[in-house]
Design a protein around this ligand. Structure first.
Ligand code: GDP
Ligand code: MG
Length: 376
């Protein structure tokens, strides 16, 4: 029933029709270029060229199925070892609603004099002190932080600030952000921004939010809405106070006295320093000299630099830190873990690399019958 001409099959297999016809002759089939071949013949020919013909529709193999990013040491912590840790906060919202402005305002209020001088490079996350409480802000685009990290099974956010411009209202990416946060069961605090604008309509924003299940506290719901102006630095303290309040209710804990695990927030190849990764430590304490693995990369922690540009020896739970010492650049969202020694992390990374190679090869070499026939 299913058939394919010699010409089409040659195209599919990326070989010359002449070469294919030679193969057919080898099988005792004298075929012309427009002759139709049956399924069995196609299978034999495809096999000759190193393709495996599958009858199942191809399913994309997901990274988690390959185990390229799983924690090999997922130690359970004893409750008595757990200590309070800072909340990790992301800012999400529609483009131009003020994410960058807000993150910059909070960041600048928390930099030391040396950094204010512009010596330090910007890292993808920072900590802020709010009346003695610490909050960790992921300074990456919120959607990316969610999508790439969640795709790899990492949950890096404890609280989301949903920023909505009061002059624009709920927009598509606002809804997307709400969906992400709700799917991850992350509490949302709404910052109604740009209240300095003459056409600001904060009440309309609240009304629109109710359509997505976010009912403001003042209307009897449980969504905290804080009017702010990121540009004029108005009521930023009020917003951060609410964030610390929600953080307290979350009772976030971790065990600092164990080997660290965490997530890669961003990473790049630096000309002078090699692979540089911004890591959010999620549990345990990361130390200089630790043997680390993240995705397909491994190494030893050679140096760590905090969000103030200072070299540090140790980084505890919820601390964002720049890590030097990876042998290659890990991907944002990769899970970082510390193992016993350099041999262990190398073995794990190499094992993952070979699995990945096999997968890549496998995908190139298989061609499904459905695929072969769909273009007849
Ligand atoms: P992002 O795309 O969400 O990161 O938005 P930005 O922070 O880049 O802000 C987009 C524009 O809105 C910029 O021109 C900001 O200066 C402006 N903006 C941000 N916050 C406020 C605010 O509170 N009031 C006013 N009037 N403009 C703001
Ligand atoms: Mg921005």
């Amino acid at each position: 029933d299913s058939s394919l001409t010699v010409k089409k099959l040659a195209e599919k297999l990326e070989v010359e029709p002449n070469s294919l016809m030679q193969e057919l002759i080898g099988l005792g089939i004298m075929a012309t270029i427009n002759q139709e071949l049956d399924e069995d013949t196609i299978e034999v020919i495809a096999d000759e060229y190193g393709y495996e013909v599958t009858t199942e529709p191809e399913e994309e193999i997901k990274e988690e199925d390959l185990g390229l990013n799983e924690l090999v040491q997922d130690i359970e912590d004893n409750p008595e070892d757990l200590q309070d840790r800072p909340a990790v906060v992301t800012v999400m919202g529609h483009v131009d609603h003020g994410k960058t402005t807000l993150l910059d305002v909070i960041r600048k209020a928390n930099v030391t004099a040396s950094e204010a001088g512009g010596i330090t490079q910007h890292i993808g996350a920072y900590q802020a002190n709010i009346n003695g409480d610490k909050l960790t802000f992921l300074d990456t685009p919120g959607h990316e932080a969610f999508t790439s990290m969640r795709a790899r099974g990492a949950q890096a956010t404890d609280i989301t600030i949903l920023i909505v411009a009061a002059d624009d209202g709920v927009m598509p990416q606002t809804v997307e952000a709400i969906n992400h946060a709700q799917a991850a069961e992350v509490p949302i605090i709404v910052a109604i921004n740009k209240i300095d604008r003459h056409n600001a309509q904060p009440e309309r924003v609240k009304q629109e939010l109710t359509e997505y299940g976010l009912v403001p506290e003042e209307w009897g719901g449980d969504t905290i809405c804080v009017p702010i102006s990121a540009l004029k630095k108005e009521n930023i303290d009020g917003l951060l106070e609410m964030v610390t309040l929600v953080a307290e209710m979350e009772e976030l804990k971790a065990n600092p006295d164990r080997p660290a695990n965490g997530v890669i927030v961003e990473a790049e190849l630096d000309k002078g320093r090699g692979a540089v990764a911004t890591v959010l430590v999620q549990n345990g304490t990361l130390k200089i000299g630790d043997s680390i693995v993240a995705g397909l990369s491994h190494g030893r922690v050679r140096a760590m630099i905090d969000d103030q540009g200072e070299r540090i020896e140790e980084a505890g739970p919820s601390t964002p830190v720049e890590v030097l010492g990876f042998n290659s650049v890990p991907q944002a969202g990769d899970l970082l873990q510390v193992l016993e020694d350099e041999k262990e992390v190398r073995n794990l990374a190499e094992d993952r690399q070979s699995k990945k190679r096999q997968q890549d090869l496998g995908q190139k070499q298989t061609v499904s019958l459905d695929d072969l026939f769909e273009q007849i």
